[in-house]
Design a protein around this ligand. Structure first.
Ligand code: BJW
Ligand code: ZN
Length: 243
């Protein structure tokens, strides 16, 4: 493992264009639950069943309760050494883009700048009637929050299953993936599309791929480096001793 980390660090040092894809695993050590497995359960509901337009249409109060619970939880936690190490990597690499599937806002809080939040942001709400988007960092928005402009029902400004990603943001993520020389894939199960396909795009365009995850994923076989362990332990070591 030590040798692989040193080898990957050397690859990163020589690269001009680096892309990073993160998933829920990078925030796990901050105390944010991941989606799949037992951790992804909230009151016996699977998080992935509540993150759907169908669930919101059926029971918006339940879905808002779930999102208010998450807002409250995330408002009480902060970024961890893996988030900070990516801020440092951005400083070290000439052309760096961070693509995240996370909606928790912890990369922004840590100080990442060139960031594509492809599944949206939990701290933004969108009106289901006038489609206006606003930033609201209050931990609890109440039962059925309403738009201040038109009175329409608000929803979290996140991408649920079956919904399209913002086409501009997705196109930027695809371009970055096709252009990077190295892509780090950190803390994602790599099962949700189209996010998972970005690593495939990078690989097809000749990038070196590295996965940092507690366990293997469907993409592990594509990887030039598969580093198994905690993101908070491994990512900071990639930015050590760059002088
Ligand atoms: C650690 C760690 C530590 C833990 N250190 N590691 C093609 C084929 C099949 C299906 C589809 C397809 N194209 C589209 C679909 C449908 C669907 C999809 O992908 N389904 C699959 C699940 C089968 N995709 C969509 O619907 C997307 N829309 C779309 O494509 O529109 C067009 C279209 C629609 C329909 C059909 C065809 C085309 C939208 C996807 C939106 C995903 N939304 C969510 C919720 C966001 C809002 C919210 O948070 O509330 O996004 S679901 C959830 O999954 C969330 C995450 O961003 C996303 C990914 O999860 P992630 O981050 O990978 O987390 P986990 O929990 O799965 O994994 C954590 C990992 O970390 C694990 O591997 C751990 O081991 C690891 N870990 N601790 C390092 N300390
Ligand atoms: Zn409105």
């Amino acid at each position: 493992m030590e040798e692989k980390i040193a080898e990957l660090r050397d690859v990163l040092k020589k690269a001009d264009r680096v892309a990073v894809m993160t998933g829920a695993g990078i925030s796990a050590e901050s105390g944010v639950p991941t989606f799949r497995g037992d951790e992804g359960l909230w009151r016996n509901y699977r998080a992935t069943d509540l993150a759907t337009p169908q669930a919101f249409a059926r029971d918006p109060e339940l879905v808002w309760e779930f999102y208010n619970w998450r807002r409250d939880l995330i408002s009480k936690v902060t970024y961890n050494p893996a988030h900070r190490a990516l801020v440092e990597l951005e400083r070290l690499v000439p052309d760096f883009t961070l693509i995240t599937q996370n909606v928790d806002g912890l990369h922004l809080l840590a100080g990442s700048q060139n960031l594509l939040e492809i599944h949206g942001n939990l701290w933004k709400v969108r009106c289901t009637k006038c489609h206006g988007i606003t930033l609201d960092r209050s931990p609890d928005l109440g039962n059925l929050p309403k738009c201040k402009s038109c009175g329409g029902l608000l929803r979290p400004h996140v991408v649920w299953f079956g919904e399209s990603l913002d086409p501009d943001i997705l196109q930027q993520a695809v371009d970055v993936s096709r252009n990077c020389q190295v892509m780090l894939v950190i803390g994602t199960s790599s099962v949700v599309q189209p996010a998972a396909s970005l690593a495939v795009e990078a690989k097809s365009a000749g990038a070196v791929l590295a996965e940092i995850n507690l366990e293997s994923t469907p993409h592990s076989r594509l990887m030039d480096f598969a580093l198994h362990g905690k993101a908070g332990d491994i990512v900071p070591r990639l930015v050590e001793d760059w002088a």
